[in-house]
Write a protein that binds this ligand. Structure first.
Ligand code: HEC
Length: 157
């Protein structure tokens, strides 16, 4: 057991990570505020719409309730897992270039400055991996096996 602990600490370079600087801490705090105020949890945190008193440990773990529209049925990504695989510059690139499907807020995110875009990434990544991946997209015209919100415009009456 001790041997494993030693090997792990050597594997990590044998150094303890530096304490976050005040600037890093401020970015994380700003990220938390932007995620909360940006309604990210409404879609990406299971049960959030029904009760919003969740600890951050459960935030952004993705949901299995789809959004069905002309694009088929899509699911809010488990961002906790996604951000383990994608880098901060992937995220910045996505905000700059993704047309995406509604209802993801790609356009709204473009209203934010660079520091705010980074703060969101750093905060969510700092929460670490949790939960399971969201279901795969379902193509248009196919019936999803999960519950979904119908976001097709409905005729009046
Ligand atoms: C109204 C629902 C909704 C809201 C609000 C929302 N999202 Fe999403 N999000 C989605 C859906 C649906 C997808 C999957 C489709 C896509 O990738 O565009 C998604 C995808 C993503 C992805 C994955 C992109 C990829 O690499 O495939 C990230 C990261 C993300 N959202 C972050 C956020 C953040 C941060 C916020 C808050 C600023 C947010 N979302 C708010 C619904 C939402």
């Amino acid at each position: 057991m001790l041997a494993i602990a030693v090997a792990l600490s050597l594997g990590a370079g044998g150094r303890t990570p530096a304490a976050p600087s005040p600037r890093d801490r401020a970015l994380l705090e700003r990220g938390r505020m932007l995620v909360a105020y940006g309604s990210c949890n409404d879609c990406h945190t299971p049960g959030w719409r029904e009760s919003d008193a969740f600890p951050a440990a459960r935030w952004m773990t993705g949901t299995a309730i789809g959004f069905r529209g002309p694009w088929g049925t899509i699911y809010p990504t488990n961002v906790r897992l996604r951000f383990q695989q994608s880098t901060e510059s992937d995220w910045l690139h996505e905000i700059a270039t993704r047309a995406g499907h509604p209802p993801m807020k790609w356009t709204d995110l473009r209203a934010l400055g660079l520091d705010d875009r980074r703060a969101i990434y750093r905060f969510i990544r700092s929460l670490g991996p949790a939960g399971a991946p969201a279901p795969r997209d379902v193509p248009p015209g196919r019936e999803p096996a999960t519950p979904y919100y119908d976001v097709n415009p409905q005729p009046a009456g």
